[in-house]
Ligand binder design. Structure first.
Ligand SMILES: [Zn+2]
Ligand SMILES: [Zn+2]
Length: 226
């Protein structure tokens, strides 16, 4: 069997049924696995998964807490790995090179996180722009959920991009136009937003804000990198 990412042969004595099972359990070879740095709950912010000494809420989230529009939109974000060079390459492969199968590398971890959610939480991918969708042919955040075999709902869509991109340049991350809109009203459902990266947290909070306005209950998010 081969590593889902680098295709190196993984040497292990196993039966065929083990192999099938193992493939789901552990898609990476030893080298890829050791190159990825898992974010541990003990050393990360309880709200955004950002690295910090000890536990609690990081300075960045405390600032978000003061924001008049976004202070209570996001229950919590969980990110799986630190955004290092290897993860950057992995994300690039499925996001920009269209290597859909690489999205399957994260299947096991995504399923583990989804199992921890409150019952009947709806999984919602953060939509990519129409323009990017056309060049890549698929939504990479959907690919993560598809490859994990999870059901999801596309409750968000993007407004016309050109306007919001131009405005983004003029405004700081805490203001600017929200690029998302909800496609339907909600009735207190809890939501898990799925995205590839948590960078400043602005995208996730904007998406969460729109879902809250549409009537969502608690909004959490899950990203591969942080
Ligand atoms: Zn590998
Ligand atoms: Zn934080």
């Amino acid at each position: 069997m081969r590593c889902l990412y680098c295709h190196a042969v993984i040497h292990e004595e196993m039966s065929w049924s083990d192999l099938l099972f193992k493939r789901i359990e552990d898609p990476f070879c030893g080298i890829c696995k050791s190159g990825l740095l898992e974010i541990k709950k003990e050393n990360s912010c309880s709200v955004c998964s950002g690295k910090m000494e000890g536990s609690g809420t990081c300075g960045d989230c405390l600032i978000w807490n003061e924001h008049q529009m976004y202070h209570d939109v996001l229950h919590s974000n969980r990110s799986l790995y630190e955004y290092n060079q290897l993860l950057k390459e992995m994300i690039k492969r499925f996001k920009y090179n269209g290597d859909y199968a690489v999205a399957g590398c994260f299947r096991k971890k995504i399923i583990e996180e989804v199992k921890k959610l409150p019952r009947q939480t709806l999984l919602v991918p953060v939509p990519v722009s129409e323009e990017r969708l056309q060049t890549r042919g698929f939504n990479q955040t959907e690919a993560l959920l598809v490859m994990a075999g999870l059901k999801f709902e596309c409750l968000l869509t993007r407004k016309n991009e050109e306007v919001s991109q131009a405005k983004k340049l003029k405004h700081d991350r805490h203001s600017g136009e929200n690029p998302f809109k909800a496609i339907q009203q909600l009735n207190g459902e809890n939501i898990l937003l799925m995205d590839d990266l948590y960078t400043t947290g602005t995208t996730i909070r904007r998406a969460a804000h729109i879902l809250k306005e549409a009537g969502a209950g608690e909004v959490r998010s899950l990203t591969i990198g942080r």
